[in-house]
Design a protein around this ligand. Structure first.
Ligand code: HEC
Length: 137
């Protein structure tokens, strides 16, 4: 079997493992913890431990309630995480954010996206949802 076929087969086996229903899949870390850990390791160096922003020369904006990241859709935030601040593509960003798509697993990306939501206040979370922030997720 060639390599591509092998990868496909391995994927199918992995997918078949999901949604199996009855057998309990071991969950190493719950998503909330994973989100926080991912944020601390991958986002805090630029955005600050609490998402306060503007901690170094890159001037990464605040991701907490002081910032405006709640106005972005989930798709835009996810695109920023995966593709970084590329001028092209789906991200509205400039160029200084590192693309982390290769460094993070899909689970980490989803978890850290949800973690960013926890940095906002209730009004901002509500505004984010009203604006369709959860579309496509
Ligand atoms: C290398 C530094 C760096 C890292 C690491 C980084 N960012 Fe950023 N981020 C930036 C900068 C700088 C910007 C401002 C836009 C630009 O210049 O690309 C930004 C912008 C953003 C924005 C848009 C905010 C807004 O209000 O427009 C979001 C959302 C974001 N980052 C989330 C994250 C998350 C989540 C992580 C971790 C998974 C992360 N960033 C890791 C530097 C970084």
């Amino acid at each position: 079997m060639n390599r591509a076929l092998f990868v496909m087969a391995a994927l199918l086996v992995a997918l078949a493992g999901c949604g199996g229903g009855t057998t309990a899949t071991p969950t190493p870390v719950d998503p909330a913890t994973l989100g926080q850990q991912t944020f601390t390791s991958y986002c805090a160096p630029c955005h600050g431990a609490n998402g306060e922003g503007f901690i170094n020369a890159l001037n990464a904006p605040a991701l907490n309630a002081d910032g405006e990241s709640y106005m972005l859709s989930d798709a835009a935030i996810l695109a920023a995480i995966i593709d970084g601040g590329s001028a092209s593509g789906d991200t509205p960003l400039g160029g200084a954010m590192a693309p982390l798509g290769d460094a993070l697993s899909a689970e980490q990306e989803a978890a850290v996206l949800q973690y960013v939501h926890t940095l906002w206040n209730d009004d901002q979370r509500a505004a984010h949802e009203t604006a369709g922030g959860h579309e496509g997720q």
